[in-house]
Write a protein that binds this ligand. Structure first.
Ligand SMILES: Nc1ncnc2c1ncn2[C@@H]1O[C@H](COP(=O)(O)OP(=O)(O)OP(=O)(O)O)[C@@H](O)[C@H]1O
Length: 620
């Protein structure tokens, strides 16, 4: 952003005038003293908890925005729906100056407290605003230039405010566009992760807009009911007020729901075409985010839901690597016994695939396989997800209650992914369930006996977490009776067989070969995203093959594999690898302009993992 003369900027002056009138009417003086700040820390922690999802998704994106603005006298602020600042990201010198006027977490910047200001006025007006210098109502704030924009909740209404404040002038048009895009990225993240989301559809009439902030985003439940969509989707589809009308998929699109599902289950990376009833045609990426939930919408079209094309039994996983072979043999010994299985390993090493294979190899294979990712669900919701709740058990609960994953998995296998992220309080409850094998839904209701096989996974060492107080030792001992560690892909001796297996699974009707130099590159790459990243790279490479080609050569591979062909192989998990990973993550996120979904897709890791990596990197 370049400094320019603020007088040259067109401002929503009517909004400023209305705001001053509101302040004057409420009796606020322009020389009002700073409000009393006692007790604000405790109320901040309550507010952070109440807005956990918003804060979790906004924080890394705010950091990225700050890097883009890259100036020494600004701060990015996130406020809740009453104007209380939840988070700030900025430069130390400006943060200190801002703190002197209470422009910091825990303090309210509603109009009633701070007079006309970007956060409070954006809330009052429910739209983006800029408040520059003397337009601030309070004298002490007149050195500030602030722009703010509302962040909308997936279900409608304003969830919070994103603000850029600076002590110097900003190019309004540029900064506002950047801020607006950032708010939309946060809104999209919140939409993608709404409770009950089973199918996520991104669409645009131009394929190149997919993965960019311009795309329409719509999220459906397993039966095709619309749960939420972004404002761009409403505009592209030409429908308004989707939050009120919630039209089902078939009222919006001509394309059949089951056709879309089938396509997604067969190839979630290949875009498909969608035609809406108004005649417009779109290119779409359809992602089935919760396989367990997806069922065909109409009984006429019923077909067995295709299973993910991962290996099905433990034997299928053994491709010749010694560590994997050892893990498979140990897991086989506890099939059908009342002993939980703990699978540890870096992201993308196949922990969930291992859990599925364990399930399909054991006596409960005809029962359900139910997965829950403890890192992807806000701490406050995990308990309800696991235990279910009776009707009206808590605010926001669905009217008819929910069975909860523990009871859904009865007779089958429950897979608790990222168990290290489970809140301590809930760990105690889980331990009790494991001991009594009984579940009571939140809000009361009859206690139910459960019979299931439990598999837990974590990319973090639970032992270290125990030592640091983040995990209960008694639960750890209970879960780790059978603990396995899956090797990183770079450490596996069967990487070649793995690549061939993936190619065969990805392209069953068209044999694809690997040239010697391609294999060499694959063996030498560090694969921070492990099997997931290899799979994505091979998918992309296969898509690059010409119609007459059947052999993957280096030129088909993604750029990142070609970048360091002389690196010694295999790389040790050392500082250099860490540095390479950080560089790769930063470059990819920045190449995608902060679009976390697109960056995660390219890196071959989940969004949750990418956020985790960004958080870790920001604390280095
Ligand atoms: N043995 C295998 N053969 C073929 N594909 C595999 C195998 N193991 C894993 N994959 C593929 O690699 C990807 C990542 O696997 P999975 O989700 O099981 O990893 P994870 O360790 O649970 O990852 P995260 O820690 O990020 O949750 C998936 O697309 C999966 O299908």
């Amino acid at each position: 952003m370049k400094d320019i003369d603020p007088h040259a900027i067109t401002l929503p002056l009517d909004a400023i005038r209305r705001s001053w009138e509101r302040c004057a009417a409420s009796g606020l003086r322009t020389d009002e003293p700073l409000p009393d700040t006692r007790n604000q820390r405790t109320s901040l922690s309550d507010r952070l908890e109440a807005n956990a999802r918003l804060v979790t998704y906004a924080q890394p994106i705010m950091e990225h925005l700050h890097q883009q603005i890259a100036r020494s006298s600004s701060t990015i602020l996130l406020a809740d729906d009453s104007g209380v600042i939840l988070r700030s990201v900025g430069d130390q010198d400006f943060l200190e100056r801002a703190a002197r006027i209470s422009l910091k977490p825990g303090h309210s910047w509603s109009e009633a407290v701070m007079g006309t200001n970007a956060i409070g006025t954006a809330l009052a007006e429910q739209r983006p605003v800029a408040v520059i210098g003397a337009e601030h109502y309070l004298d002490r704030n007149k050195f500030l230039t602030c722009i703010a924009t509302p962040i909308h909740a997936p279900t409608g209404g304003v969830l919070g405010i994103l603000d850029v404040s600076s002590s110097v002038c900003m190019t309004q048009v540029h900064a506002q566009a950047l801020l607006q895009t950032t708010a939309e990225i946060i809104e999209n993240r919140l939409i993608e992760t709404v409770v009950d989301a089973a199918v996520v559809i991104r669409f645009h009439h131009q394929p190149e807009a997919l993965g960019s902030p311009l795309e329409g985003l719509a999220v459906f439940d397993e039966a095709g009911g619309l749960l939420a969509c972004n404002r761009r989707a409403e505009r592209l589809l030409g429908i308004a007020d989707t939050q009120l009308t919630r039209p089902p998929f078939w009222n919006i699109f001509e394309t059949r729901w089951n056709t879309v599902l089938d396509h997604a289950l067969q190839s979630s990376v290949r875009p498909t075409k969608l035609r809406c009833h108004r005649g417009r045609e779109f290119v779409a990426h359809v992602l089935v985010s919760n396989l367990q939930r997806v069922r065909p919408a109409s009984t006429k079209e019923v077909r067995p839901t295709p299973r993910p094309r991962a290996p099905h039994t433990l034997d299928d996983l053994d491709l010749g690597d010694k560590t994997v072979n050892h893990a498979v043999r140990r897991a086989r010994r506890i099939l059908g016994l009342d002993i939980p299985l703990l699978v540890q390993g870096e992201t993308g090493t196949g922990k969930e695939v291992f859990a599925q294979a364990f399930h399909h190899s054991g006596p409960r294979r005809e029962g359900p396989f139910v997965a829950i990712n403890c890192a992807a669900i806000p701490a406050t919701l995990i308990e309800a997800e696991l235990f279910g709740y009776s009707a009206g058990a808590y605010t926001g609960a669905r009217g008819d209650g929910a069975r909860g994953k523990l009871r859904e998995a009865n007779g089958g296998t429950l897979f608790l992914d990222e168990i290290g992220d489970m809140p301590l309080k809930l760990q105690a409850v889980l331990l009790r369930v494991l001991e009594t094998r009984r579940v009571t839904p939140l809000g009361g209701g009859p206690e139910e006996e459960i019979d299931l096989s439990l598999v837990c996974a974590s990319h973090r060492s639970l032992k270290t977490l125990c030592e640091n107080g983040g995990f209960r030792p008694d639960l750890y001992f209970r879960l780790s009776a059978m603990s396995l560690s899956l090797p990183a892909l770079r450490e596996r001796s069967d990487i070649e067989s793995m690549a061939r297996r993936i190619l065969q699974e990805e392209s069953p009707n068209r044999p694809v070969r690997l040239s010697a130099s391609t294999l060499d590159l694959i063996r030498r790459h560090p694969w921070p995203g492990n099997i997931r990243q290899l799979k994505n790279a091979l998918r992309l490479a296969t898509a690059m093959l010409g119609p007459d080609e059947d052999t993957l050569t280096p030129e088909h591979l993604p750029q990142e594999l070609l970048e360091d062909p002389d690196a010694p192989a295999p790389l040790p998990p050392s500082q250099s690898l860490r540095a390479a990973e950080i560089r790769l993550v930063e470059d990819t996120v920045s190449r995608h302009n902060g679009n976390i979904s697109a960056a995660a897709r390219e890196l071959g890791i989940t969004r949750t993992t990418l956020y985790r990596k960004l958080r870790q990197m920001s604390s280095l």
